[in-house]
Ligand binder design. Structure first.
Ligand code: GLA
Length: 409
């Protein structure tokens, strides 16, 4: 109780409180005191990885209500909604300041109708609505953060009809991550609305080890960049993020997902072949599929990638088990994801600049060599029946062959 009064004041918050508690409870684990309020169950709103769109990768701070409405229209009319995408999430820079009573205010020039009206519009399209905030004093873009206002913000968002909240990790000083996000988890659960809680802590403090009881997804790395293999400081290429997430398979599952960051498909920095690899492997990772391109201006290749229902079905598989990389032979890799009902999803992945033949053995699938299966190629849609022992295919440079393998009697 005492602690939450201190926290709500916004003056001395959890960083100091955690230090105080350190001798008794130690670092890295929320104390018994700090978890009070989490008895309310985490809403089951992400039993499969969330699917939607977020403004950041394409538009950065250059957002306004007309643009967001246009993207919502496009999601409904482009086939994205039919393919399962639901959330329209506004990232950083929608906020301006706080009213005298502390209520967070949208930028009146960019969002003159207010956030509630925008949420209503998105809902009228049969979609869900999301916002961004930060667990520190400011957002990464320098707007007001939620520090000290967690409960008030959660109530405000709930009153606007927010269904999804991404909470970043800028301007957090010496705060301890687990304790800070625990406050927001409590606030969201007390808000009266079921809200997906996307923890955006960038992997610095290993959120895969503590975020599952708090949120529905957690970022595992710094920001994705629209690049096959070029890393720069804190922003990471597709390959870098893929390799980092390969090791985290045991941490993810229904209602608690590793988040390798949003999709770059359609943003122009990679080829269509590379984007197919990015999308296929994100589906293998059971990643939230959050498109990051301009949905109101997509070419056919982009739509075809983002709406491939066979690949999306792998991402959304009910077993919720993240794929493992079972073989790595130079630039040739085999990824396997077990599916509900006993099928396997397999990606044969060629990281090199030359075509390669790559194969998977039934042994890698934990099947006897004599087992007969049908193999569906999820991009070409061809089906091979009565396959035994293994399956191989020629894979384009930087490409994948992605198949669903079903045992047959
Ligand atoms: C951080 C996050 C990004 C984005 C920006 C907004 O870098 O990791 O995903 O939200 O902040 O400023």
């Amino acid at each position: 109780m005492e602690l939450s009064i201190v926290l709500r004041s916004g003056i001395l918050r959890i960083g100091a409180a955690a230090l105080l508690l350190t001798p008794v409870f130690g670092f890295g684990v929320a104390s018994a005191h700090e978890t009070l309020g989490l008895e309310a169950p985490k809403p089951e709103v992400a039993m499969t990885p969330p699917m939607g769109w977020n403004s950041w990768n394409k538009f950065g701070c250059n957002i306004d209500e007309a643009k967001i409405r246009g993207v919502a229209d496009a999601m409904a009319s482009s086939g994205m909604k039919d393919a399962g995408y639901q959330y329209i999430v506004i990232d950083d820079c929608w906020q301006k300041d706080r009213a005298a009573d502390g209520t967070i205010q949208a930028d009146p020039e960019r969002f003159p109708s207010g956030i509630k009206a925008l949420a209503d519009y998105v809902h009228s399209k049969g979609l869900k609505f999301g916002l961004y905030s930060d667990i520190g004093a400011k957002t990464c873009g320098g707007r007001p953060g939620s520090r000290g206002y967690e409960f008030q913000d959660a109530r405000t968002w709930a009153s606007w009809g927010v269904d999804y909240v991404k909470v970043d990790w800028c301007y957090t000083g010496s705060s301890e991550a687990n304790s800070s996000y625990t406050i927001m988890a409590k606030a969201l659960r007390a808000s009266g609305r079921d809200i997906v809680f996307s923890i955006c802590e960038w992997g610095d403090n290993k959120p895969e080890e503590w975020a599952a009881p708090l949120g529905h997804l957690w970022r595992t790395t710094g920001d994705i960049r629209d690049s096959w293999d070029k890393d720069e400081g804190y922003s990471h290429s597709f390959l870098w993020i893929l390799d980092h997430n390969a090791n985290l398979w045991a941490n993810s599952g229904p209602n608690h997902w590793n988040d390798p960051d949003m999709l770059e498909v359609g943003n122009g920095g990679m080829t269509d072949v590379e984007y197919r690899s990015h999308f296929s492997l994100w589906a293998m990772l059971a990643a939230p599929l959050i498109a990051g391109n301009d949905l109101s201006n997509m070419d056919k290749a982009t739509v075809d990638i983002l709406t491939n229902k066979d690949v999306i079905a792998i991402d959304q598989d009910k077993l919720g088990q993240q794929a493992r990389r079972v073989a790595q032979n130079g630039d040739a890799e085999v990824w396997v994801r077990p599916l509900a009902g006993g099928d396997r999803a397999v990606v044969l992945f060629n990281r090199s600049a030359e075509a390669k033949t790559i194969s998977v053995d039934w042994d890698d699938l934990q099947w006897a060599p004599g087992l007969k299966a049908s193999v569906k190629d999820l991009w070409s849609k061809s089906v091979k029946k009565g396959v035994k022992g293994g399956y191989g295919a020629e894979v384009a440079p930087h490409g994948v062959v992605m198949v669903r393998i079903s045992p047959t009697i």
